[in-house]
Design a protein around this ligand. Structure first.
Ligand SMILES: Cc1ncc(COP(=O)(O)O)c(C=O)c1O
Length: 392
């Protein structure tokens, strides 16, 4: 067998495509009794499983309220409405588009702030410099599951008397200074979609210690109807159905293992790839745990020998799926250019054009991550020939 990379005619590292993500879901037999119970009861929404799921999550996150909603996006929209935000909101652009779309749907102006290139999270000093009298909140992200600089952001928000919300879409499994992310700031909003560590199918959780906000989220997920049928505000239908809550209760039992396995995969990636020149890793602060919802590296083409884009092509030939999170960054996406001031957002733009996310999931076999590292090593070894023949 030849040891040439597949892009130069060698045999692909994997016979079958290695996907970016494989959701870990229960066997039907594990849930069938409960599904029957739900269907027989007629309570397919707003029932006992929702209540149980919310209570398990509130205990786990150590928050007063964990309100389940239909998605992280709807949870963010209801949170912005529930806190009555107005005007400008400082937010990173190196994030998934939904962080920003929820702001725009709520009639708010995103003010794009740069991230720290090491953590890939919102830089508190840069965020503070962008606050004006028109700013009502900061929305920070635990990017790829790496806890944000929570204490520094709380200081900034307190100094300016504005709200602090976390888009915690990647946050289940993330630990900040010994505690799960969730209780810090005014609210944290999680996603439970199939790419996450804790899955309900589709779904989200708004975690908060603010009683009034929790009540408003509950009212807002019911169209804004507080029971009187006199709408308190314009709400949504953002309920989580019972079967999804049931899947969430089952998935929660596997959450800690999911985080441990993903950190093991990240270690394999780190150890093998750190031997190659020009590869950068997300830095996790001491005392924190990344959930590794995604495992993303940066490629410095001068040192590594090829660009991120050529590496992605070469990995594709090896049957390894990758993503370029987040390229383009949100401020350069068509729908959001109108909110962008036009001055470069340097770290964000550099990360967007140099980052590549590698496959990771909650029960990934170490042979797969090791095989991916070997493929990257081989591609690096032949970088000159690959670049020459790639047409770039
Ligand atoms: C950072 C971030 N925010 C928000 C969302 C939206 O989550 P959902 O699909 O649950 O609405 C995602 C989706 O993965 C995300 O990555």
């Amino acid at each position: 067998m030849t040891s040439l990379p597949a892009s130069l005619g060698g045999r692909p590292s994997f016979a079958k495509k290695i996907q970016m993500v494989k959701p870990v879901l229960p066997d039907f037999s594990e849930l069938s009794e409960d599904i029957n119970r739900i269907l027989r009861s007629g309570m397919v929404t707003k029932g006992e499983y929702l209540e149980r799921f919310e209570s398990i999550i509130a205990d786990h996150l150590k928050v007063k309220h964990a309100v389940a909603v239909s998605s992280c996006t709807s949870g963010l929209m209801l949170t912005y409405r529930g806190l009555n935000l107005s005007g400008d909101v400082v937010v990173p652009s190196f994030t998934f588009m939904a962080t920003i779309s929820a702001l725009v749907w709520s009639g708010l102006n995103p003010i794009f702030a740069d991230v720290d290139p090491n953590t890939t999270n919102l830089d508190p000093e840069i965020a503070e410099a962008m606050i004006t009298p028109n700013t009502s909140a900061i929305v920070a992200v635990h990017n790829f599951g790496n806890p944000a600089s929570i204490d520094a952001l709380i200081d900034v928000a307190n100094r300016h008397g504005i709200y602090l919300i976390f888009d915690a879409a990647h946050g289940f499994g993330s630990v900040y200074q010994g505690e799960p992310v969730g209780g810090q700031g005014d609210a944290q909003v999680f996603s439970l979609s199939p790419t996450k560590l804790l899955i309900t199918g589709e779904g989200g959780i708004v975690a908060t210690n603010n009683d009034d906000l929790a009540r408003k989220i509950r009212c807002g997920r019911e169209y804004g109807n507080n029971g009187s049928y006199d709408s308190e505000f314009a709400g949504l239908n953002a309920r989580m159905p019972e079967i999804n809550a049931l899947i969430g209760i089952n998935s929660f039992q596997k959450l800690e293992n999911a985080a441990i396995t993903r950190n093991g995969t990240a270690n394999i990636y780190h150890q093998a790839l750190a031997n190659l020149p020009g590869i950068g890793f997300q830095k996790v602060a001491p005392g924190n745990r990344n959930s590794y919802k995604d495992f993303s590296i940066t490629i410095d083409p001068d040192l590594f020998g090829m660009s991120r884009d050529i590496l992605a092509q070469a990995l594709h030939a090896e049957n390894i799926d990758t993503r370029k999170y987040y390229d383009p960054p949100v401020h350069l996406q068509s729908a959001y250019l109108q909110y962008y001031s036009g001055s470069p957002i340097q770290n964000t733009e550099w990360l967007a054009s140099h980052s590549i996310s590698l496959p990771i999931w909650s029960n990934m076999n170490p042979d797969i991550s090791s095989g991916i590292c070997e493929a990257i090593e081989r591609i690096h070894k032949y970088s000159e020939t690959i670049v020459r023949t790639s047409g770039h």
